[in-house]
Design a protein around this ligand. Sequence first.
Ligand code: MRU
Length: 343
Amino acid sequence: MQTLHTTSLRVRDNQLWILDQQALPQQQNWLDASSVDALVGHIHALRVRGAPLIGLSASLLLALLAENGMSRDALSQVLTVLRAARPTAVNLMNNLDRMKLALAQENYVAALGTEALRLVEEDKALCEAIVRAGSERVPRGSRILTHCNTGGLATAGVGTAIGVIARAFEQGKVEQVWVGETRPLLQGGRLTAWELGELGIPNRLICDSMAAALMAQQQVDAVWVGADRIAANGDVANKIGTYSLAVLARYHHIPFYVAAPHTTLDRHCPDGSAIPIEQRTAAEVTGVAGSFGQVQWAPQNAQVWNPAFDVTPAALISGWVLDTGVVTPEAVAAGCFQPLAGV
Ligand code: MRU
């Protein structure tokens, strides 16, 4: 396969490399992800993360394994293993459904390679379309709160919610970005704060529990987040803490937008209650680990509930900004999750 280089994925000499998102921003380490065990381990550990990136990394690995001589039967088994690597972000399943069609073709080696690279190129274009539509919705002087990490680290392109914010900043419309640290794994505090800093966008970090006080002081004009799965009725699964922000935003009359590619839609999920939510290890809540080391503050054997995502009901969302257009609350209330024509 040809050489490929995105913010956090690399293909070189038929090997896949990922930028370790657990070590960022203190260390920029590229890790080999050229075997199924390695990539699944990286996905579990969130060294490679973000809904679009998970799907792309799995698709690229499948194509590389084919080029390196793996049989069609073995590839089919690998596809099943990769599909189960993380349960919530449906981009993984949607991308691998496309790869499965390629695997069924006679010249499956070439077909898989072509399809994986096409998915990467498409993701860049999807981000661009989201960013164009989203940035139009950002008024001048905006102070925007965002959650988790939705930028170039999590996609092959400029990102979704962070992409919207960055484009609106370029257009002179963003005064300030508030970054929720995103407990327990600090994707906001480590990744978004770093990415925004690299882009030269003024940002201030808050603990997740500070958002209510910030809104009460009228310091937030809009909330922009990404998504891991959008159900047919518009309910959105995204990083844990998103739902709290949506409730707070509604109480304080602040618009709450979701930016996502259509590869995040799951028409088979009628509503948010059908979205599988990943449960993660207690250690992520009883302490913290990263490039800075490891510490436990909770008592040994503390009981923990640690869902990686929550579901924001459609009724709390002011707009779904997709690459295919913007879905309005009016359309959703009328039972039709479709982008407005011509938007
Ligand atoms: O657990 P993570 O870090 O993979 O969660 C990521 C998110 O929730 C993002 O908001 C989502 O995947 C969109 S990334 C463009």
